[in-house]
Ligand binder design. Structure first.
Ligand code: EPS
Length: 366
């Protein structure tokens, strides 16, 4: 199960091809609406003001409302591109942007917006993952949900990774788990936008309901595939599984997740041991950098090597991480579906292995 996407931010359309999808999954254009709206720009003053309809056209792979097993092609036409916003920086490199590396690699670049490196590309990842989320839920009862757990240096006052208030997360435009802080976030973002600067963010994804056994032991480890998938999202600079970098300062006697007949007593591993799922919740945390398209002047070069001062106007996200929760969920769902199918292909006839340790920790580790 794999996807590829195509299209540029200011081209006529963006799209994806989903290959290796099992037949018989009911899919209609309406199925895409919810997650695409969660990811879209222009919903609040805290994200880019570009208004895209993000209407999905299903071009292939679905017949009479169900997947046929052949490649699924999805298309979204761009309806609100404004390439002239970029006319003044078409031959300049924005420091911190992929402008420079695309130029060095290809010797030319599409200067309309971020082109292929624009967050617009993530739309199709979210669309493709609607199919994966549906299959995972129907076939395995797996639920993939995410939330924003840091903007700049602001973190949730109340946050328990084992008991996230998902209703609160979905009730605010930040996907923030602590409802008491929405006013604080609004003021922070208003001040940031006025200053012309941008900021980074952290997104946590939790996948629950997995059986133990998904993931390959060496090449294609579940955590390795997840890390690669998250790092493939533009603006991502870091990924943690479970306790991640906090594990550096932990002792082994603390980090090991004790096992009782009632279940694991903690989940420092993030639901993965040896590249294979334990059956506990998978926990993936992703770091987004502050975006580089700023109206604050910065020193740079143009494509002829002349020193220039770059000022980026147009419609940009002061914190692209705010819209990244559905994108991170999407990448986790795509990896899980692929690993589930791979596991079924290799071990499908192995059956239930005893003992199965209950997924839910029933007590706090000492
Ligand atoms: C983006 C810049 C803006 C955003 C875009 C990501 O677009 P434009 O190129 O029109 O200025 O609106 O995000 C989307 C359009 C989207 O759908 O996510 C950028 O520089 O990455």
């Amino acid at each position: 199960f794999a996807i590829t996407t195509f299209g540029e931010s200011h081209g006529p359309a963006i799209g994806c091809v989903v290959d290796g999808c099992p037949p018989g999954i009911a899919i209609a254009p309406e199925d895409f609406r919810h997650d695409l709206e969660r990811r879209a720009t222009g919903k609040t003053r805290h994200t880019s003001a570009r208004h895209e309809a993000d209407e999905v056209e299903i071009l292939s792979g679905v017949y009479e409302g169900v997947t046929t097993g052949t490649p699924i092609a999805l298309l979204i036409r761009n309806t609100d591109a404004r390439s002239k916003d970029y006319a003044n920086i078409a031959a300049q490199f924005r420091p911190g942007h992929a402008d420079y590396t695309y130029w060095q690699k290809y010797g030319l670049r599409d200067p309309r917006g971020g082109g292929r490196s624009s967050a617009r590309e993530t739309t199709m990842r979210v669309a493709a993952a609607v199919i994966a989320k549906k299959w995972l839920a129907q076939h395995h009862g797996v639920q993939v949900r995410g939330c924003l757990t840091q903007i700049g240096d602001i973190t949730p006052h109340a946050f328990d990774a084992e008991n996230i208030d998902w209703a609160a997360v979905e009730a605010n435009p930040f996907f923030w788990p602590d409802a008491s802080q929405i006013g604080e976030l609004e003021s922070y973002m208003d001040a940031l936008r006025k200053s012309g600067d941008s900021v980074g963010a952290r997104v946590d994804v939790v996948a629950e309901g997995l059986p133990p056994g998904w993931g390959e032991p060496i090449y294609g480890k579940l955590d390795g595939e997840l890390a690669a998938a998250m790092m493939s999202i533009n603006a991502v600079k870091g990924v943690e599984i479970g306790d991640g970098f906090a594990a550096i300062a932990q002792k082994g006697s603390f980090h090991r997740d004790e096992i009782s007949a009632d279940g694991f007593l903690s989940n420092h591993a993030g639901g993965i041991l040896g590249g294979i799922s334990t059956g506990q919740a998978i926990r993936v945390s992703t770091a987004f950098k502050p975006t580089s398209s700023l109206r604050l002047p910065v020193q740079s070069l143009d494509t002829a090597g002349n020193a220039v001062e770059v000022v980026t106007t147009g419609r940009h996200d002061p914190c692209v991480g705010i819209r990244a929760t559905p994108i991170c969920e999407a990448m986790v769902a795509l990896v899980l579906m692929d690993q589930a199918l791979r596991h079924r292909a290799q071990c499908g006839d192995v059956g239930e292995i005893a003992p199965r340790i209950p997924a839910k920790a029933t007590g706090k580790k000492r």
